[in-house]
Design a protein around this ligand. Structure first.
Ligand code: 4SX
Ligand code: FE2
Length: 348
C-alpha cells in the first residue's frame, strides 16, 4: 500500500484545562483569529490561513495533545492514509463529514510512534486576513509552521517518516552516530515535523510562523508590558538548526508554542542535509546562548483515540541534555579550543 500524499502540517488539537485562560493567551495576547467558539472548544487560525483552523483548544481535565493533523493532497488520499495505517497494524478511525467542525471526512490513527494523527483534505474556507492590516497588530502570526514531538528511538522514527514521504533537512548527531534529533519536511521549508529524542510519545511544541523578526520581538515586548513575561521560556534567538529566528512560549497549561521565522527553501530534490555535532554550542542557538533545562525536560502528554494518556517509553540512548550539561569540556564554539571560564557555568 502506498503512503498518502501529505502536503503539510495543518493543525493541532490541544486539551486545555481553562478555556477562558487559554483564550486570553491565544486570542488576546497572540492575536490568533477565532473561527468558532462554544463552551467546549475554540477553533483558531492565523492571519494568512483560509482553512477553518490551525489550532483547536478543547476543554478537558488534563492538558494534553489530542491530535496532530496533516493535510493530504485530495479527498481520495484520506482513504489512502486509512488503508496505509491499517496495513501497518495501527488503530484507524474514520470520521465522517460532519463529525469534525471545519473539516470534512477525515481519518484519525494511532501511529506506530504512539501519536494521534489525523489526515484530512476537505475543509471549510474562511476569510483570509492577509490584507486585514487593520486587525494584524505588530505581532501578527501568519500561519502554522510545524510540529515537534518527543520519541525515544530517533532512527526508527526517521525511517517511519521517510516511508511516509518526508525528507530530512537537518539533524543532530555525535561522532558515534547517535542521532539526538531530526527535522523532516513535506512542504518546501526546513520542516513539518521535528523528532526530538526523549521519553515518548510526548508533544514538544507546535510552531507558528511570522513574516518578520520584529513581530517576534513585539510579542516579547507585549508580554513584558502585560506582566506576563513568565510565558517566555526560551529566546528570542536564532536557531543553528533551520537558521530560523525563534521564541518559545508556554501557554497557561504549559503547552509549548514556538514563534518562528526566516528558515529557508528546501524544495529541490537534491537539497543538502545539514548534520550538526551535538557538542556544537551553536547548533540550537546560533549565538551560543544556553538552552534552558525545562526545554529539554518538559513536554505535553499525548492521548490515544479514546482520550486516555499514552504510557511513556523511555529513551535508551544518551540524552542530549546529559551530553551538554556541565563543564565536560567536550562542547565547543571553535572546535579544538577550550570554552572560556565564564561560559562553563551555563553549558546546558
Ligand atoms: O533548537 S534547534 O536550533 O535545534 C531548533 C528547534 C531548530 C528549529 C526548530 O523549529 C526548533 O524547534
Ligand atoms: Fe520548532
Amino acid at each position: 500500500m502506498r503512503a498518502p500524499d501529505i502536503i503539510r502540517a495543518a493543525y493541532a488539537e490541544l486539551i486545555v484545562t481553562d478555556l477562558a485562560a487559554s483564550r486570553r493567551f491565544y486570542v488576546d495576547v497572540l492575536g490568533l483569529v477565532v473561527s468558532h467558539e462554544d463552551e467546549h472548544s475554540i477553533h483558531l487560525r492565523a492571519f494568512e490561513e483560509y482553512l477553518h483552523h490551525s489550532l483547536v483548544l478543547r476543554q478537558g481535565a488534563v492538558p494534553a495533545l489530542a491530535a496532530l493533523a496533516y493535510r493530504v493532497r485530495s479527498q481520495d488520499e484520506v482513504e489512502v492514509a486509512a488503508r496505509y495505517y491499517e496495513e501497518l497494524g495501527c488503530r484507524v478511525e474514520r470520521r465522517p463529514a460532519g463529525a469534525l467542525l471545519g473539516v470534512g471526512a477525515a481519518v484519525r490513527v494511532e501511529d506506530p510512534l504512539g501519536f494521534p494523527l489525523e489526515f484530512f483534505y476537505d475543509a471549510e474556507h474562511v476569510e483570509r486576513y492577509t490584507r486585514r492590516y487593520d486587525a494584524h497588530g505588530a505581532g501578527a502570526i501568519s500561519r502554522l509552521d510545524h510540529f515537534n514531538v518527543v520519541t525515544p528511538d530517533i532512527p526508527t522514527a526517521v525511517q517511519y517518516y521517510q516511508d511516509l514521504g518526508f525528507r530530512v533537512s537537518e539533524d543532530i548527531q555525535d561522532e558515534d552516530g547517535t542521532i539526538y534529533a531530526s527535522w523532516l519536511f513535506r512542504k518546501p521549508t526546513v520542516h513539518d515535523i521535528a523528532l526530538t529524542g526523549g521519553d515518548g510519545p510526548r508533544l514538544h511544541h507546535i510552531a507558528f510562523a511570522t513574516h518578520e523578526r520584529d513581530q517576534i520581538l513585539h510579542i516579547c515586548d507585549k508580554l513584558g508590558a502585560l506582566r506576563r513575561s513568565d510565558h517566555i521560556e526560551r529566546g528570542p534567538g536564532r536557531h543553528g538548526v533551520s537558521n530560523a529566528f525563534y521564541l518559545y512560549l508556554r501557554d497557561p497549561d504549559g503547552h509549548r508554542i514556538e514563534i518562528y521565522t526566516h528558515d529557508y527553501y528546501t524544495g529541490d530534490p537534491d537539497n543538502p542535509v545539514v548534520t550538526w555535532d551535538v557538542h556544537d554550542n551553536q547548533r540550537r542557538d546560533w549565538w551560543g546562548n544556553p538552552v534552558v533545562p525545562s526545554w529539554y525536560a518538559e513536554a505535553s502528554v499525548v492521548l490515544d483515540l479514546d482520550g486516555n494518556p499514552r504510557p511513556l517509553v523511555e529513551r535508551a540512548e544518551e540524552r542530549e541534555a546529559d551530553v551538554t550539561i556541565g563543564a565536560d569540556g567536550f562542547s565547543y564554539t571553535r572546535k579544538g579550543e577550550e570554552m572560556p571560564e565564564y561560559k562553563l557555568g551555563n553549558q546546558l
